[in-house]
Structure formats: C-alpha cells, structure tokens
Design a protein around this ligand. Structure first.
Ligand SMILES: [Zn+2]
Length: 540
C-alpha cells in the first residue's frame, strides 16, 4: 500500500460504466473502497481535500476478473524451456530448443519444456519419444503440454518414472502405445503422478527456487495488470504454490487479487485445520477445491456421450480422469465441510457425472448460505444439463476465448455442429445462470478484451462463425468478466460492480467497449489498472 492509501480520491473519466445501472460523472474512494458516486462538483464539495484523478478521455469500468487461469504454473523462474507456439512453431524447432538446453545441462539432469501445443506445430512431424531421444540420450527430457493434460517423455524420462512396456495404464491416465511400444506420450494421471509427485512422493522434475518463482510471478501478474486484470483465480494450487503466493505477498509482488483453487488431494489437511473456502482476505483467499473429472476440450480428450475424432487420431469418447466413486466421494466430502467445489468437467458425460455427485451431496447436507459450487469449463451441455445446473445454482466457468483461439481445432475434433455448441454462454445466461469469465491461460490468450471479442462475435481465427446464437452483447460479456467472475469466488457483494462500499478495482480503457463494434474490442487499449484505488499499471 502506498503511504497515501487512506487519502480520498475522486475519479472522473469520459464515461464511467458501473455495471450497476447508473452512470455517474465521478467516483470517490477512501482507502481501497468506493465511498460515493455522483456528480463531480457534488463529490468535490463532499470531499474537499480529495486528490483529483482525472482520467481524461479514458473509460472507467470495474476491473477485469479472470476466474480461471494458471499464473503459478508459469512462475517457473525461467527453469523450463518455453515451447509456446509463438516461440517454437515446428517439431524441428522444439527439438532444437531442447537440444540447445541439453548441451548446457550436466549429464543426467532434467531438461523440461512447457507451454507445448502439438496442434500448432507446422511440419506435421510427431513430437514423441523418438524425437526426444534425438534431443538427448544422456538427459531425461520431458515436455509438458500447455493444458497440463499431457506430456511427452524420452526413454530416460520414462525409465526415471519407472515406466516400461509392461506398465499398465494408471486409473485416470494413459501411457500411449504403438504396437505395444511406449510412444512417450502420457495423458492425465500417467504424467502428473509420474512426474509432479503424488502423495508423499516428491516431484521428479526440478522445481525452481522460491525467490526465482516470486520474480516470475511478479512479471506474470504485471502482464495481467497490463491486460486490465485486477483479480485472478489460480485454478490449480499445490502447497508449493500456496507458499509462493504468501511469499509474493510479503515481497509486494501481488499486484492483482488472487483466489486459490486448492488441488483436492490437499483438502484433507486444510479441513482438519478447520479451514474452509472463504478463508483469507481481499488480496489472497482460499476460493475453492479443484478436482478434475475429464480431459481437455482443445486437446481432444474430454469425456463425451457421442464419440469424436480425438487427440489420438481415432474415434473416442474421451478420458475419464476420476472414477465415478471417487468423484462422488470427494464432492460429498468437500460439500459437507462447507467448502466450494470447482470441478473441471468439459464433456457432457463428465458434466452429468459431476451433477449426479453434487445433487447427492446437496441432498444429504443443505448448503451453507452462499455455498455455491462451480463447474470449470462446462464446455458441452444439453438442455437437461442446463436445467440441472440452474436448479443447483452451480456457476459454470467456461472458456472466454476458445471459440476464437481454438475454433479450427474444435471443429476438427468435434465436428462443426458440436463445436458451435461449445462454451454456450448465451444458453447459460438465458437460463438465468450466473456465468464467470476465464482465460485458462496459458491454454488460451490471457487478455479479457480478446475474450470479449470472442464472446460477442463467436468468430474463429479462420473467419468462420461458430454458434452465432451463442453471441453475447458487449454489456453481457463485460458482466461475465466482472460481476460473473466475482460471484464464482463468492465475492459478488465486494467486487465486479462500481458502487458505494465496494472495492475500488478499476480498469481504464482508451475506447468505450459498449460503443465499439464487437470486431474491434480486442484492439481497445488498456490505459491503466487500479487495485484498491491504487494504480498498479499504466500505459507508456
Ligand atoms: Zn485450467
């Protein structure tokens, strides 16, 4: 906090969009809260010593809130090789980038790449064990898919995890084979439990130091602030990430408010402490318990009733990551303890299994006031599932930008008709369901304005429109990324709209998003970003 944090400020701008039904000339803040909205002169009279914050031609709105992203995953301290499609666009470039790292890594130590997207490598060559063995036979080499739903290992890395041709597929995971031989491609629990640690077994892949992680988290949050983000919910928090956020807070690196979705395997110790979701404060909060029931929609592994052409190049119904009994057990336990569930489910079959479990849990234990649950992504639904979601007051957290960013890929996997029904924001809103905004970054672009364009146009990168009937108005899209996301963490009375008593988190844009053609939304510049009436970022 700056030394002037308790100073009154009066914000004025070309237009103030409160998302609260009014359109005041000015907003007065004291400390980190809004204390008055109204005419500029009226507020000047009421707060004579206030600092004047004249935003000129800027348009002030509630700060963007990304309800599901992965900032801590990216806080790797520069330890891993960045294989994002913008950096390594072909399998050959992937091989070269890793070989270059291997050349300066002592023999036997790990070479790990991340942000990898197989659908975006251009030369059509498969990235598998064979290619990674060409990188090095003297180092274990592992590359992590950007979605965290899969990885590829070389022979040395397979051996390090104890995997060989005789290893059976673990429950909720898959070791991909070609004529019996392991290809090195690993899905879901096969790679997560093999390489990231499981239970008391520590991770195999190297972990960066805490100071290095804090610094890369600081850079990550600064990028989010530059995109207008004032709140973000980290959708996969392990104990090391929990520690990271506390260290980042101590270091003054938390420039956005952070909600944490704790990975369900660590819920039990928290429950034993008597801790439930909502614990924390306005800057850092335990927001939900994350579990995962199926694969990835863009990765072509989500659990659907009707088969599709999946990531393995064959007709598939997808991957169920958790058996039915485990879904029911964890959902029941978290719900009964009074905590919020955040259950990853993409395909219609996975969503119906989650709703089965939630219905049973809520039937057995009435929810605490405000104890709403969420379904992360909630990508493929039908009218019956929508009715059940509404009846349980579940908040879907669908991808904001996937139609634009992954549209071509979605059509390839699921066909045009089903792809047009993916991320059905309009269907949810029309059914009276609160919807949150999310990037799932790094699985999609982090900029909320890019998502706003996708939500309002449903236009894929190749120009085709997928699901015209699912388009939102710019106002509705803004509401999803502000008030909707606030509701998904139970903070709807504190943020998401500009009103007296609420937190003064603002995004200032160079153009008015309600008077811009939807196609132009992504190009609107962000001028400044304010958290608790304190400027955390500004352009130029
Ligand atoms: Zn995610």
């Amino acid at each position: 906090m700056s030394p002037h944090a308790s100073q009154a400020r009066i914000f004025s701008a070309r237009r103030i969009i409160t998302m609260n039904g009014d359109e005041p000339e000015a907003v007065a803040t004291l400390g980190e809260r809004v204390v008055a909205v109204g005419g500029r002169r009226e507020l000047r009279d009421r707060f004579p010593g206030a600092e004047d914050v004249d935003l000129g031609s800027g348009v002030l709105l509630p700060g963007f809130n990304d309800a599901h992203a992965h900032p801590s995953v990216l806080a790797d301290g520069g330890l891993y090789v960045d294989l994002a499609p913008s950096v390594t666009g072909s399998a050959e470039q992937v091989r070269r980038a890793l070989a270059e790292r291997a050349a300066r890594t002592p023999e036997g130590e790990w070479v790990v790449g991340h942000n990898f997207d197989v659908s975006r490598t251009e030369d059509g060559r498969s990235v598998d064990r064979t290619l990674l063995d060409q990188v090095s036979a003297r180092h274990p080499v592992l590359i992590i898919h950007y979605s965290y739903h899969g990885a590829v290992a070389n022979s040395r890395a397979l051996a390090a995890a104890g995997y060989d041709e005789g290893t059976p597929d673990p429950v909720g995971g898959e070791l991909v084979r070609d004529g019996g031989r392991l290809t090195g491609v690993l899905y879901e629990r096969a790679w997560m439990e093999g390489y990231l640690g499981h239970g008391s077994r520590p991770p195999l892949v190297p972990q960066p130091t805490m100071p290095a992680r804090v610094e890369s988290l600081r850079r990550m949050l600064a990028r989010m602030n530059a995109a207008g983000i004032t709140s973000v919910c980290d959708a996969m928090v392990h104990p090391a990430d929990w520690a990271l956020y506390q260290a980042a807070r101590d270091a003054g690196a938390l420039t956005a408010r952070v909600g944490m979705l704790l990975w369900y395997e660590f819920f039990e110790p928290a429950r034993e402490l008597g801790m439930r979701t909502g614990f924390g404060d306005g800057m850092l909060r335990f927001s939900g318990v994350k579990m995962m029931t199926d694969g990835a929609v863009s990765g072509g592994t989500c659990l659907c009733r009707a088969p599709y052409r999946g990531a393995l190049g064959e007709r598939t119904g997808g991957i169920q990551v958790m058996p039915d009994e485990e879904i029911a057990e964890v959902v029941h336990r978290v719900h009964a303890a009074g905590s919020r569930l955040a259950v990853h489910a993409n395909g219609d079959l996975a969503i119906s299994k989650v709703l089965d479990a939630m219905e049973a849990a809520i039937g057995a234990t009435p929810p605490r006031p405000g104890q709403t649950h969420r379904i992360e992504h909630c990508s493929v639904v039908d009218p019956e599932l929508v009715k059940r979601i509404r009846a349980l007051d579940v908040i879907p957290v669908p991808f904001g930008a996937f139609i634009s960013y992954h549209g071509h890929n979605l059509v390839g996997h699921y066909g045009r008709e089903r792809a047009a029904r993916i991320s059905p924001h309009r269907t949810f809103l029309d059914a009276g369901i609160t919807v949150a905004g999310s990037s799932d970054y790094p699985c999609g672009p982090l900029e909320p304005l890019y998502a706003l364009r996708s939500l309002t146009t449903r236009r894929a990168q190749d120009g085709t429109v997928l699901g015209e009937g699912q388009r939102l108005t710019p106002y509705e899209a803004l509401e999803v990324y502000t008030a909707g996301s606030a509701a998904a963490s139970g903070e709807q009375d504190d943020k998401g709209r500009i009103a007296v008593g609420r937190i003064a988190d603002f995004t200032v844009l160079g153009e008015d998003p309600l008077r811009t053609e939807p196609e132009g939304l992504a190009e609107i510049p962000v001028l400044s970003t304010w958290v608790g009436a304190r400027r955390v970022w500004h352009a130029g």
